[in-house]
Write a protein that binds this ligand. Structure first.
Ligand code: NAD
Length: 392
């Protein structure tokens, strides 16, 4: 097929296999050149096909030489219909890892389900006995629990209405948006999906099956951000879920012996999930502009490599006073935030190009789906039915 992007709102419904392969290769090369890390050797990554999870898998494999099992929830393409970007990313990652002599296997299915947990545990027991690290990087719109109930997460405030600037990144239109408060039921559902309950179920199931090492580390990801995003993020429905995730880290450490759980607070970046949050894309575009000018910009792979190389596996784990790992340390620097706030207060459609990195935002967005990668011929026919080696 010749594959072109088809953007519908916050999602691109097509993905390009060669572009995804190229972007995965760039991440692999980044870690290869950044050097070895004395880290974990048998790593389970839940939510391994995109964004922070994929970058964690690449950092574990190429930074630490780890064997990795990835849990993904993706669609294979056919000769006439492209698969999902996460499918192509995983196919490419496995190809590179296997060629480089690294163990890499993938389980494709709903990570919230007990069937997938059982399948992963059976694979761990069969292939390497126990894991010494578990990365929990799911970003999902909904979760079906074992009793069949479907919970959907919402991106709303928890107080009153909140009005602020937002951008349509495709047209460059800056307008005001009002976010309405979530109901108690919606908050409950958001915590069910994006809080820590499923993370704890995973670690509990691994422990019960004797499939996790004594001394293992598990990490899940969160975001805090500056005050201007607090009503929609930190103090919003998603923030309630993230507070639950942080409390779950403490609970896992206390109740599951031999396992230490951390929450890493990461930088705001363009991923499929973050592009769906109102207000945040305009903030990210300004942040990119400021951080690139200050030579402080990082993408998912730079963040995740730094997590392994600096925060988790070098001279002890580095946390703040609340026990959180702060990979948002550069984003939250006073000088960075002072510049972001100044731009935020001034920004409108006429000075957008000057104050925000809209092109950088759009490029990162389209690259999630494998488009606009360097040296890929997008007018050429490509094989959209690529398989993932370990699933063949
Ligand atoms: P992403 O959309 O890029 O990746 C999410 C991954 O989860 C994908 O691989 C997806 O396929 C997988 N997934 C979703 N539902 C699944 C299911 N039921 N079973 C198996 N896999 C499933 O998102 P991301 O931005 O990398 O988010 C990962 C984590 O990082 C989230 O907890 C998010 O809140 C956090 N985080 C993101 C940002 C940001 O700016 N993007 C910042 C800080 C923290």
């Amino acid at each position: 097929m010749i594959v072109k992007p088809k953007i519908r709102g916050f999602i691109c419904t097509t993905a390009h296999p060669d572009g995804c392969r190229k972007i995965v290769k760039e991440q692999v090369d980044y870690v290869k050149k950044s050097g070895k890390v004395n880290g974990p050797k048998k790593v389970l990554v839940i939510g391994a096909s995109m964004g922070y999870g994929l970058a964690s898998r690449i950092s574990a494999a190429y930074g630490c030489g780890a064997a990795t099992i990835g849990v993904i929830f993706d669609k294979q393409g056919s000769e006439t219909k492209p698969g999902s970007a996460g499918w192509y990313n995983t196919a490419a990652f496995e190809q590179y890892a296997h060629a480089d002599g690294l163990y890499a296997k993938t389980v494709n299915g709903d990570a919230f389900s007990s069937q997938v947990k059982d399948e992963v545990i059976a694979l761990i027991k069969k292939d390497f006995g126990k894991v010494d690290m578990v990365v929990y990087s799911l970003a999902a719109p909904r979760r079906t629990t074992s009793d069949g109930t479907v919970y959907s997460s919402v991106l709303k405030t928890t107080g009153g209405d909140f009005t602020n600037k937002t951008i349509d990144v495709k047209t460059g239109a800056v307008s005001e948006v009002t976010i309405t408060p979530a109901t108690e039921q919606e908050i409950f559902a958001t915590v069910k999906v994006m809080g820590g309950e499923d993370w704890k179920e995973w670690i509990g199931a691994l422990k019960a099956a004797d499939a996790i090492e004594d001394g293992a580390v598990t990490v899940a990801y969160s975001y805090i951000g500056p005050e201007l995003t607090h009503p929609i993020y930190k103090d919003g429905s998603i923030g309630r879920a993230k507070a639950h995730l942080a409390a779950t880290a403490k609970e896992i450490t206390k109740s599951i012996s031999g396992v230490t759980a951390y929450v890493s607070v990461n930088k705001a970046l363009v991923t499929q999930s973050s592009s769906a949050i109102p207000i945040v894309p305009l903030y990210i575009s300004i942040l990119y502009k400021v951080m690139k000018e200050m030579n402080l910009h990082e993408g998912c792979i730079e963040q995740m490599y730094r997590l392994f190389a600096e925060k988790l596996y070098k001279d002890g784990v580095k946390t703040d006073s609340e026990g959180l790992i702060r990979l948002d340390d550069w984003e939250m620097r006073d000088d960075v935030q002072a510049k972001v706030t100044e731009a935020w207060n001034k920004i409108n459609e006429s000075n957008l190009g000057e104050l925000a990195d809209i092109d950088g935002y759009n490029k990162d967005f389209i690259q999630i789906f494998g488009f606009e990668a360097d040296d890929v011929d997008y007018d050429a026919e490509t094989d959209t039915a690529v398989g993932i080696e370990s699933l063949e």
